[in-house]
Design a protein around this ligand. Structure first.
Ligand code: HAM
Length: 446
């Protein structure tokens, strides 16, 4: 058997490929990126891209040493003579904040809104919607502690899912307080779980030492049973006055904009940099435990990376999960469509001329050509298979008269156009957006 792709990765395929699903369709990925771009750039976010590999230290300090991501799921990058000090990024936030600090973006007007998309890597147990290389759309706002920024970020996430046509999405909103609140909460959890250490999974025994809150996020059924049995109080009960006022302000804004959400007192999130507002978006089609996306405030992250104090907040969607949710709702994504013009030569001597015409036409629209001489029937069949709107057949007569004979496959109308007039003729078939215009009803053309 030929070499296969690594487990937990997917190929993004062109339309027409056999066994295509929405989450492996390349145009569907582009659609999610395009829709996100439109929503986020209208809100003032600017695109920024960072490398897919970073210093391991960045992820350890950023994402946090007690997280599953750092302890179990990092892909280490080795190259000749190197000691393996790099990792493939498991998420975008730490790299984005690094880039912000390193490139002096603090000088830009605050709050600065940034967005990116790209592949992320986590060595997870692979299952539906849980991959080792997956893709995120990521939005970050740096330089403000204002709860209005939190509410706007959540509302933008809701705008993205709405613009994709998704309806079955729920926002689960919580707060994990300020660091001092979390210390109080962790002390409470240590006391509670400390009396039942023998019943905790090995992972959670370690979590009890490092970061007891992580126990609540445990994937072990035994741990979850113990949590339910002990009636563990949620983090929300431990918020200090400042964090509580912040949380309430976020809700007031969301209420005033009619952004629906459910308070989830048990929200933990799988990364250590969060404080105060934290939330996730869920969808039935993706599975109860798998979020479509999530985010939160991370006011201490820049300092943790060795920079100055820069408050921040942001979120990320998993693109594959958005597509699984869209598929579950029966939503589709338009195909990339065919060329406006397909040019075919009827004899070998004119194949080059057909190519020249198509290449010149590309200044106006998408144009393709046949690489060998074909009979008219074959030319029309090939054009249809490619989804072309117009077909031009080139024989010696057309070349001698310096014209192109063009048939509109949508209306059946045939025209002879001077070679020089071809671009203008093609432009007449385009929408202002550049896409191919719909054919007018046949009787008006007849
Ligand atoms: P996260 O919750 O770890 O947050 O990931 C965000 C989203 O990425 C998840 O909700 C999910 O849709 C997708 N995702 C995560 N892991 C996988 C996987 N193994 N397979 C498929 N999809 C996955 C973050 O990454 C934060 N950086 C979000 C953020 C930005 N917080 C502040 N700013």
């Amino acid at each position: 058997m030929a070499i296969q792709r690594p487990k937990g990765t997917q190929d993004h395929l062109p339309d027409g490929s056999p066994k295509l699903s929405l989450d492996t369709r390349a145009v569907a990925f582009q659609h999610v990126q395009d829709v996100s771009r439109r929503v986020l750039e209208r809100a003032g976010a600017q695109f920024l891209a960072t490398p897919v590999f970073e210093e391991a230290e960045l992820v350890k300090r950023g994402v946090g040493g007690s997280t599953d991501i750092v302890r179990k799921e990092m892909f280490t990058v080795y190259y000749f003579g190197d000691h393996g000090g790099f990792i493939l990024r498991p998420e975008g936030t730490a790299g984005l904040v690094r880039a912000y600090l390193q490139n002096g973006l603090k000088q830009l007007p605050a709050p600065l809104k940034l967005w990116t998309h790209g592949p992320m890597f986590r060595a997870e147990n692979v299952q539906k919607g849980r991959l080792r290389q997956f893709h995120q759309v990521d939005y970050e706002v740096l330089g403000s502690t204002d709860p209005l920024v939190d509410a706007e970020a959540i509302a933008l996430m809701v705008d993205v899912v709405a613009a994709l046509g998704l309806t079955g999405v729920r926002v689960k909103l919580g707060s994990i307080g300020d660091p001092a609140d979390r210390e109080t909460y962790n002390a409470y959890l240590r006391g509670l779980f400390g009396a039942h250490v023998d019943r905790l999974s090995d992972d959670s025994k370690e979590r009890l030492e490092r970061n007891p809150m992580r126990i609540l996020d445990s994937k072990s059924a035994g741990d979850q049973a113990l949590i339910a049995e002990l009636g563990v109080k949620p983090m929300l009960d431990f918020l200090g006055d400042d964090a509580r006022a912040h949380f309430e302000a976020v809700q007031t804004y969301l209420n005033s904009w009619d952004v629906a959400y459910d308070i989830d007192p048990s929200i933990v999130r799988g990364l250590d940099y969060y404080r105060r507002t934290a939330w996730e978006l869920h969808h039935e089609g993706v599975g109860a435990k798998s979020a479509l996306g999530g985010g939160g405030r991370y006011d201490g992250l820049a300092e943790q990376l060795g920079g100055p104090l820069v408050p921040g907040i942001g979120w990320a969607f998993g693109i594959e999960r958005l597509l699984l949710a869209m598929e579950a709702e029966g939503l589709d994504v338009p195909g990339s469509g065919g060329p406006l013009l397909y040019v075919a030569a009827l004899d070998v001597a004119n194949v080059g001329h057909a190519a020249t015409l198509a290449i010149a036409a590309r200044r106006v629209a998408r144009a393709e050509f046949a690489y060998r001489a074909v009979k008219p029937g074959t030319a029309f069949r090939d054009a249809e298979r490619r989804g072309a709107r117009l077909v031009a057949l080139i024989g010696s007569d057309e070349v001698a008269r310096d014209v192109v004979s063009v048939k509109d496959l949508a209306t059946g109308v045939q025209m002879t156009v001077g070679t020089r007039d071809l671009p203008a003729y093609l432009a007449g078939h385009l929408e202002p957006s550049g896409s191919v215009a719909q054919a007018a009803p046949a009787q008006e053309n007849a």
